[in-house]
Design a protein around this ligand. Structure first.
Ligand code: AMP
Length: 183
């Protein structure tokens, strides 16, 4: 059973690669950003709470996100495995996830770490044009990533297998590189 996390700065191509990997391996793809966007579109309580936070580029509170992921990992959809995309984003989330993995006895977690330099990331986010991709929000999301999310990588070191792949280049080629490690 594949137990995967995709990690990297906003705009590095996590979502695109995650979709391709999940399809190829026939595993569940949990994008916390997409789950939140769906909640906003459906006007649920979660969506109402998340919308303003997402529009500002800040993070939705840890307790809410941890609950969402706990539910996802308890669903029967993950019988072949799962790929977490956009979670964890803080050390607190990473620690909670470690506990969840222990409880569920998921002992073979692999982290796919996608890398890109800052200039490339800003360029990509400006081109993507999602509603939370304004210049101001992009700057804030990068700041949040550097301050709150990037330290998680050190936490993974020693706990999980990490595979590092450059996220800049041809989508198919990057995907092949990742899959070579996983299959
Ligand atoms: P993403 O699609 O991963 O770029 O996420 C879009 C937005 O959803 C982020 O800028 C956050 O506001 C929110 N979000 C997604 N995942 C998380 C998470 N794990 N923790 C907190 N906020 C999140």
């Amino acid at each position: 059973m594949k137990q995967l996390i995709i990690f990297g700065p906003p705009g590095v191509g996590k979502g695109t690669q995650a979709e391709l990997i999940a399809k190829k391996l026939n595993i569940a793809h949990f994008s916390t950003g997409q789950i939140l966007r769906d909640a906003v579109a459906n006007g649920t309580d979660l969506g109402k709470k998340a919308k303003e936070i997402m529009d500002s580029g800040a993070l939705v509170p840890d307790e809410i996100m941890i609950g969402i992921v706990k539910d996802a990992l308890s669903s029967p959809d993950i019988k072949n495995g799962f790929l977490l995309d956009g979670f964890p984003r803080t050390l607190k989330q990473a620690e909670a996830l470690e506990t969840i993995f222990k409880e569920l006895q998921f002992n073979n977690v692999v982290v796919i770490s996608l890398t890109a330099n800052d200039d490339e990331i800003v360029k990509r986010l400006m081109l993507r044009g999602r509603s939370d991709d304004t210049e101001e929000t992009i700057k804030h999301r990068l700041k949040v990533y550097l301050e709150q999310t990037s330290p998680i990588l050190a936490h993974y070191d020693g706990n999980y297998t990490i595979i590092e792949v450059n996220g800049v280049g041809d989508i198919e080629e990057i995907n092949e590189k990742i899959l070579k490690f996983l299959i």
